[in-house]
Design a protein around this ligand. Structure first.
Ligand code: IMP
Length: 174
């Protein structure tokens, strides 16, 4: 079997430096207000852990389980909620934390699903953005890095559940 081809696209140092900037920007924009960060599992778990520390202050952590890829490198276009929020978010400043916005189908779905629950505000922060691959016109308010239309793994992102534990983002070539 041929070895997996992984090429580092964004180093651990660049990721961490960008998260520090994002955290500062987000906290400045919300002031002292409590922020309910909603991590989209599983891909955002590592980003969420670092980002909430960079934001600091009054932060609540909630998680949503979502499945849109089923083990391959192509989206099926079907968004499935595998785990709902444990607490109501009505009246709260909600910030969706996504690993990557690709076709935009997931973020579009989550925006609509959460908007009807009456949050005080609803924004999204994505570590990565693949604008070339968009199928729905939706953008995250805060973006770590804009990347080319390539399949990436690492720092929470997987291919068939592998590579999530890499500390950097790598391009995967089959
Ligand atoms: P979207 O609905 O197409 O925007 O994609 C949302 C989800 O697909 C992300 O939260 C990721 O979990 C997954 N995804 C999209 N692109 C990639 C990639 O390049 N590598 C790994 N997962 C990806």
């Amino acid at each position: 079997m041929a070895p997996d081809k992984l090429r580092v696209l964004i180093s651990e140092e660049r990721i961490q430096a960008r998260i520090t900037e994002l955290g500062k920007q987000i906290r400045e924009e919300y002031g002292d207000a409590p922020i309910t960060c909603i991590g989209v599992l599983k891909g955002s778990f590592m980003f969420m852990a670092d980002l909430v520390r960079a934001i600091g202050g009054d932060v609540r952590c909630e998680f949503l389980g979502v499945s849109s890829y089923h083990g391959g490198t192509r989206s099926t276009g079907v968004v499935r909620i595998t785990e709902d929020l444990r607490n109501p978010v009505e009246g709260q400043h909600c910030l969706i934390i996504e690993d990557i916005v690709d076709t935009g189908l997931t973020l579009d779905y989550l925006n609509r699903m959460l908007a009807v629950r009456g949050p005080r505000s609803l924004k999204a922060c994505a570590l990565l953005d693949k604008p070339a691959h968009r199928e729905v016109a939706v953008d995250a308010h805060y973006v770590g890095f804009s990347i080319p239309d390539e399949f990436v793994v690492g720092y929470g992102l997987d291919l068939g559940e592998r590579f999530r534990n890499l500390p950097h983002i790598a391009v995967y070539t089959p």
